[in-house]
Design a protein around this ligand. Structure first.
Ligand code: ZN
Length: 343
């Protein structure tokens, strides 16, 4: 009988662990910035159609080109602060009580006087946005597979310097961009720097590439959480390793479909991952391009994969437990999940 009840998913307290700084931008904000700087944006960024590309090099290239065009509109401190503030407002509306937003400060450094001020602007904006919205915000510094591993080490040292679990502190170190680029072991020393500072290891892996890539990343970067990791479902041995080693999976169904990894949301192996005992935290990844936000991912779990409210509550609990929020924040959010179910 309780399965017939459909509680409001926007009121379900949850943690949002996979959201990129640029990709979080509202379309209206992107349009504003483009106007301000006289930049002509590709029509695909403004046409209100979710990106849909094949899961090959050309598809990724198209995604990357649009992403770069959006990033080119972010040219200074005010823009950066606006993006963080709006990401927090949007997350607050969706019941997110904890946001761990991922940023590679490299792209913004030239506009604000270097890597350190670029990160400090994001951290300060995160602190302010936490106070303004009640969403507790931690920051993940992400290196890029497209750049030299020595740059990743520089970013890891910068991230380590700002480590902490309070609002506007760095909680994790990531590795993003095209999974097919760079050699995973080359980034191990950067992750070691981050780990020594107490930062979570949260690299991307196992979205565009299959279970072998998951093993590569798990073996060399020792993730606490894997960005995506959905393809581990293709090899029971790899999935068992992910579960046994306690690696949480940041699953972003709309992103997988937009990037052509799965034909439809029904093909995302969400149920298989949960049934295997994996800790799953749903995330939106890049709502700017995929036009699908956090609550939409929970709606996919409900409407496409048949998750009951009890199961959706468990997904929310997983996201909170997999977060790096301070104990009091986690306890408050977990109690809120119980209240949601009792409502
Ligand atoms: Zn991502």
């Amino acid at each position: 009988m309780s399965t017939l009840i459909r509680r409001d998913l926007a009121l379900l307290p949850k943690a949002h662990l996979h959201l990129h700084f640029t990709g979080s931008m509202r379309i209206s904000t992107l349009a504003d910035l483009a106007t301000t700087y006289g930049i002509r944006l590709p029509a695909a960024l403004l046409d209100a159609d979710p990106l849909h590309v094949p899961a090959d090099e050309r598809g990724w290239f198209r995604f990357q080109r649009l992403y770069d065009a959006a990033r080119a509109c972010v040219r200074g401190e005010a823009d950066m602060r606006r993006i963080v503030a709006e990401a927090a407002e949007d997350d607050a509306r969706e019941g997110s009580g904890r946001l761990e937003i991922q940023v590679d400060p490299t792209s913004y450094a030239p506009f604000v006087g270097g890597l350190t001020p670029a990160l400090e602007i994001v951290l300060d904006a995160a602190r302010e946005a936490s106070a303004a919205t009640g969403v507790d915000i931690g920051v993940i510094v992400a290196a890029s597979r497209m750049r030299h591993p020595l740059e990743a080490r520089t970013l890891a040292r910068l991230a380590a310097h700002h480590a902490g679990d309070g609002p506007g502190q760095v909680v994790g170190f990531g590795l993003s961009n095209d999974e097919r680029r760079g050699e995973t072991p080359d980034f191990a020393s950067a992750f070691a720097i981050a780990r020594r500072a107490g930062l979570a290891s949260v690299p991307h892996g196992g979205e565009l590439l299959g279970p072998a890539h998951v093993e590569d990343v798990v073996g060399h970067l020792h993730p606490d959480r894997l960005g995506h990791g959905v393809r581990s479902a293709e090899d029971p041995r790899v999935l068992e390793r992910v579960v046994d080693e306690g690696v949480a999976l940041e699953v972003c169904p709309a992103s997988n479909v937009s990037l052509g990894v799965y034909a439809t949301a029904a093909d995302v192996p969400l149920r298989a991952l949960v049934d295997a005992g994996a800790t799953v935290a749903l995330g939106a990844d890049d709502p700017l391009l995929f036009l699908s936000r956090l609550v939409d991912q929970y709606a996919i779990a409900r409407d496409v994969h048949g998750f009951s409210d009890e199961e959706l509550a468990e997904l929310a609990r997983s996201s909170i437990r997999a977060s790096r929020a301070a104990d009091d924040v986690r306890a408050r959010l977990l109690a809120g999940v119980d209240d949601w179910l009792a409502s």
